[in-house]
Design a protein around this ligand. Sequence first.
Ligand code: CUA
Length: 649
Amino acid sequence: MFKQYSKRTCEMAGGLVRAVGMAICSLLLTSLVALAVSGQPAGMRPPVLKDVGIDQLLNNQVPPDLTFQDEEGRTVRLSDYFGDKPIVLSLVYYDCPQLCTQVLTGLLGTLKTLPMAPGKDFTSITVSFDPKEKTPLAAAKKREYIERLGRPEAAAGWHFLTGEESQIVALTRAVGFRYVWDPVTSQYAHASGIMVLTPEGKVSRYFYGIEYAPRDLRFGLLDASAGKIGSLADQIILYCYQYDPTRGTYSLVLMRLLRIFAVITLVSIVGLILFLRYQSKKKDGRSSGNNSDSGGAKPKIGYSHMSILPLYLIPFAPEQASTFAQEVDLYFLFLVGLTVFFTVLVGALAIFFMVRYRRRREDEVPEQVEGAMLLEITWTVIPFLISMFIFAWGAKLYYEMYKEPKDALEIFVTGKQWMWRAQHPDGVREINELHVPAGRRVKLTMTSEDVIHSYYIPAFRTKADVVPGRYTMTWFEPTKPGTYHLFCTEYCGTQHSGMIGKVVVLSQSDYQNWLAGGTSEGSPATNGEKLFASLACSTCHQDQNRGRGPTLAGLFGTQVKLDNGTSVLADDAYIRESILNPRAKMVAGYQPIMPTFQGQVSEEQILQLIAYIKSIGGKQDGAANSGGMAPAAATPAPVGQGAAPPATK
Ligand code: CUA
């Protein structure tokens, strides 16, 4: 019991190790993405009017001793408003026909939805930068806006100031607000925006435009209050959002999240490697020498270390044990290499350009470069060629792996929650194991009795879905005797992870011995013949079309004429369908009288019936050779030991 458990743990650990490999790849990809993200060109400043604008003088101290008149005509010092609350500062002039009204209306809209209240959580100060404007106007504006806000209590927290020119100039300079009097239109030319100050009166944030997202302003105020306002949750959200100075808004900091996850991934990988190494050392010390396994194959399931990579600590790939393995690995290595190459190239170039083209003077404006045809063609054509090469190589590999092999040993596999059953041509069956001879092509014809499973032998680099109601094929040629992992790689229920087994590759002679020692229950074809009789198929399907159903001798692999005028190839899928759903494809000239055998025969029995039908002959004339069919045995398959495989589909 315990041994079983530890073996399973070890096998699952093998899966984890591969997962580590995947994680490293994804980390590489992540860093590539991160580079791509960070490699965006820094936002260039749009040309601005020289004398108008808002400069970001972050952390600048607003002079606290500047004096203004409030809306009631009292002389106030700015320091009167400093202290324990952050400050929203808006610079407008009350008679402004356009922008200033927009600024105040925008601010008003934001304040309406903000969960914080002026006076309670922050102070709002609106200052006119037109020295000609006086208290009565300010008072009127205040009345209007407090009324529109609908919160009379906010009156204590929103101040409308006017002042002398010297004080105005000092204030606007301190916060980087530049404006000019335009005599042509008799208006001030100015930019629009608001500022958030810390409780001490230092500039904390700028918000441009005339509309300010409540979320942004809220974060801005939280920032400014330096943690004095807001709950812990706010602080966490704050960490994930960061102010984007080029856009004047807060945005989710993708890079920050990426970094957090990258660190978690890295720590997990290192921890896992150390843990697995510790485990395997402990196990090696305990269980050496007391392994016995069927077939006398070497019991240890090994992983080869790709010595090319300096990752020899990590068992990076399973052993190469089939004719496919080497090329698949080479292909994979090529992809990894390509990824690493471009990651390094892009990273190195990014760093080089950062240094080479760094900003040398404060007022340096980069030259706008446009049009580099040669460069564009180069970096279009080269990746195109590379991706076509990847495609061609991958397609070649795929084609080789999914093309029907010639002269293969055919083994039937059925998947079922949660086990793998296999039946050899001479009838030997096994569960969760697969014994195959080395140096011979082995074709697996597979189907499932319940849900989708997937038959995966990492050491062979082969994997194929096993689908209910359908036959799928995979093949391989094992190259060396040994024991290898067999996994289900399609999540198929609670015990999916336990749907594992082993593939034992034996030498030709060992395989024959193994077959001889197995308990044969008759070949699939003979079992199928028995079923054919016991299900009374033979009463209708008689020789030379004497029965009520068409004769089945010589049927397999031929084209069958249907009553709708079309014809269909008599292959595994067609025969299976005709057993389970006889009316789906009616043979021309016959009545739809055959009952369905749905629920009466298992998938395994259907395979046996198909094997029997194959054994009583396939196409003899070669007329239907277009489907790439291997010649089928024209004579009934010999029964019992050492039988040739039934005719391949
Ligand atoms: Cu069968 Cu997962």
